[in-house]
Design a protein around this ligand. Structure first.
Ligand code: GRF
Length: 255
């Protein structure tokens, strides 16, 4: 809620939000282009009233930390190499995260397998983005594996994080059509632009209270979502991104 809302004529009907902006902590290991998409959405007031209060990385020289710093966000390096075990590292990470009292934890290219203790601590308020149409291609090298399998459709997914690697309930996906001349690089570029479109939307929905984690799966406005979550079609995503539609490919794939 903004100050303007609070001062409006409907003041009697509005309960001031005692928490203020929703607090987001983002975890990165590398480039942080998804982090940048979230920072940009926040600066255009399109992040559900959320504020990124800290960016934490297990890699001290991750470019994502630089992006955070440039945006005036607290950037914390917590190198995993300084800890003897995964449990010890995740314990330290929990402490750093909790100091920031987040409503939501966003994994944006955080290349670590998480311990059950870590996942349980933030269950239901931790999202991840993955470069495939889950449940297809969990794990690494998704574009190469998709190309090797000769798929015609690929994409990305935002999902809640559970103990199963890339296996939590899917919230939102964007699809893209794979053409015969696509390479790992071209697919990566197309998938990445869809990721930048999707992640701020999913974060916004979560912070607005529309998106929830439940034992049965992800829910949107109280309704259980299908296994693949909500899906943005190739055409809709291409339109949003001002990409040219490959009409021939469309025709081919409809045959
Ligand atoms: C993205 O492809 C995301 O799907 C995966 O890691 C990559 C992170 O890229 N989880 P960036 O650091 O946000 O540019």
């Amino acid at each position: 809620m903004t100050n303007t809302d609070y001062q409006s004529d409907t003041i009697k009907d509005v309960t001031p939000d005692p928490l203020g902006a929703r607090r987001i902590v983002v975890l990165v290991s590398g480039n942080g282009s998804n982090l940048q998409a979230l920072i940009d959405a926040q600066s255009h007031d399109r992040l559900g009233g959320g504020e990124i209060v800290a960016v934490i990385s297990n890699v001290a020289d991750a470019y994502g930390l630089k992006r955070a710093h440039e945006a005036g966000i607290e950037a914390v390096a917590l190198p995993h190499r300084e800890y003897d075990s995964r449990e010890a590292y995740d314990g330290a990470l929990i402490k750093v995260i909790e100091r920031h009292e987040p409503d939501l934890i966003v994994l944006a290219g955080f290349m670590r397998i998480l311990t059950p203790r870590f996942v349980q601590r933030f269950l239901g308020r931790m999202l991840n983005i993955h470069p495939s149409l889950l449940p297809e291609y969990q794990g690494l090298n998704t574009h190469a594996r998709a190309l090797a399998a000769g798929v015609t459709s690929h994409g990305c997914s935002v999902h809640f994080v559970t103990e199963e690697l890339d296996g939590g309930p899917v919230v939102l996906q964007a699809e893209l059509q794979v053409s015969s001349d696509d390479t790992v690089e071209t697919l990566q570029e197309k998938v990445r632009s869809r990721e930048h479109l999707l992640y701020p939307i999913a974060v916004q929905w979560f912070l607005e209270g529309r998106l929830q984690f439940s034992a049965e799966g992800a829910k949107m406005d109280g309704h259980l979502l299908p296994e693949h979550g909500m899906r943005l079609s190739h055409a809709d995503a291409a339109e949003e991104l001002d990409e040219e539609l490959d009409e021939e490919l469309d025709d081919e794939q409809q045959d």
